[in-house]
Design a protein around this ligand. Structure first.
Ligand SMILES: NC(=O)c1ccc[n+]([C@@H]2O[C@H](COP(=O)([O-])OP(=O)(O)OC[C@H]3O[C@@H](n4cnc5c(N)ncnc54)[C@H](OP(=O)(O)O)[C@@H]3O)[C@@H](O)[C@H]2O)c1
Length: 338
């Protein structure tokens, strides 16, 4: 495994310079079953050594626990890391199992103060609206986020799972550094509208779940049987039941391209999404999630793989054949509102 650091690139026209691959930290505290804290800390340090600078969290990952977990790492390396966190997904005060999306300006302010406290830093480098509450005009939400920039609490703004129209309306209020949305060999719906809008506006794309939440790595084949009870993927239509069985068969071309490169399927999935920067002509910084140093090394090494036209053509049909949506309620994603 090479030790050389990954390349750097600007995160769109309004964002900071970052390593061309970031690190998703969600799984260190939440979503995919228990994680070993020591291993996760080692993974963070290894990522930094390899030139990863963009670290992704959110206030709702483990109800604040993920931000708290990351705080010592961020403080130890404050000048080397770009801290990205998010607000908007909360729970109902009456029913903690029910998700509520909030984009209202008082909530934006309350959330940033809470995140700054948990992270124990003076400023958040990239602050995202995590999900869209269609009852609040996006101009109001971004207006409140822009105030945080003026006050020095936040450096750059981002939006997650917004439609092209929402992105345009937001960009008219304040520069937007990045849109973070699901983008992988399994999830390509954003290519219809969001990617062209981001390209036109100079906004970077930060693909989340670029490994298809792990499915593209071949490390599990059915969430019902292969994953623990607490694993969030058991709620996602494409990883369970007959859909999962059908989707496993789609990994065959990924495996054959991987073999040709002496690489893993995970690396081919990451190389594909990274290569969308050249294919689509915009800034793309994927944030694969892992809790393990060895996988950080493997994932970072994928930034050096270049797929041929023939390989891209072989991988092209996969997404259109995927059985099952990416969320049980697709209004949670931009494609469900476009
Ligand atoms: N904006 C949003 O709404 C949103 C939604 C979801 C996620 N995110 C962000 O995006 C980040 C990444 O997405 P994600 O974690 O959902 O999915 P992902 O990156 O597609 O996949 C993560 C899964 O793959 C496994 N994995 C990672 N590298 C591997 C490798 N080389 N070989 C085999 N398995 C590997 C991880 O397990 P191990 O830990 O065991 O390696 C984990 O289970 C998150 O951490 C979060 O920060 C944002």
């Amino acid at each position: 495994m090479t030790d050389s650091r990954i390349a750097k690139a600007p995160l769109g026209t309004d964002g900071p310079e970052v390593g061309v691959q970031g690190l998703g930290c969600m799984g260190m505290s939440w979503a995919y079953g228990p994680a070993d804290a020591g291993q996760s800390r080692a993974a963070l340090e290894r990522a930094l050594e390899l030139g990863v600078t963009l670290y992704d969290t959110a206030d709702m990952y483990g109800a604040g626990e993920n931000e708290k977990f990351l705080s010592p790492f961020f403080k130890a390396h404050r000048d080397e890391v770009v801290i990205a966190t998010k607000f908007a997904i909360t729970t109902s005060p009456d029913d903690p199992t029910k998700r509520v999306i909030r984009n209202d300006p008082p909530y934006v302010r309350q959330s940033v103060e809470a995140s700054l406290k948990r992270l124990d830093v003076d400023v958040i480098d990239l602050y995202y609206m995590h999900r869209r509450d269609v009852n609040v005009p996006i101009e109001e939400t971004v207006g409140a986020m822009a105030e945080l920039v003026r006050e020095g609490k936040v450096k750059h703004l981002g939006l997650s799972e917004v439609t092209a129209g929402e992105l345009r309306a937001a960009r008219a209020v304040h520069p937007i550094a990045a849109v973070q949305s699901e983008w992988s060999l399994f999830s390509r719906d954003i290519e219809a509208n969001v990617v062209p809008a981001a390209k036109e506006l100079g906004v970077a794309l930060v693909p989340y779940s670029p490994l298809g939440r792990g499915f593209l790595t071949g490390s599990f084949s059915n969430a019902d049987t292969d994953l623990t009870d607490q694993d969030f993927r058991r709620t996602l239509p494409r990883f369970t039941g007959e859909n999962a069985a059908a989707n496993v068969a789609l990994l065959e071309p990924v495996r054959s391209v991987a073999e040709a490169h002496g690489a893993s399927p995970a690396q081919i999935a990451l190389a594909w999404v990274q290569q969308q920067a050249a294919v689509q002509g915009l800034s793309v910084v994927p944030i694969p999630g892992t809790t393990k140093s060895s996988r950080v090394e493997e994932n970072v090494a994928a930034t050096r793989i270049v797929l041929t036209e023939a390989e891209l053509a072989l991988l092209e049909p996969i997404a259109s054949k995927v059985a099952g949506d990416r969320y049980p309620d697709m209004r949670f994603a931009s494609a469900g509102r476009e």
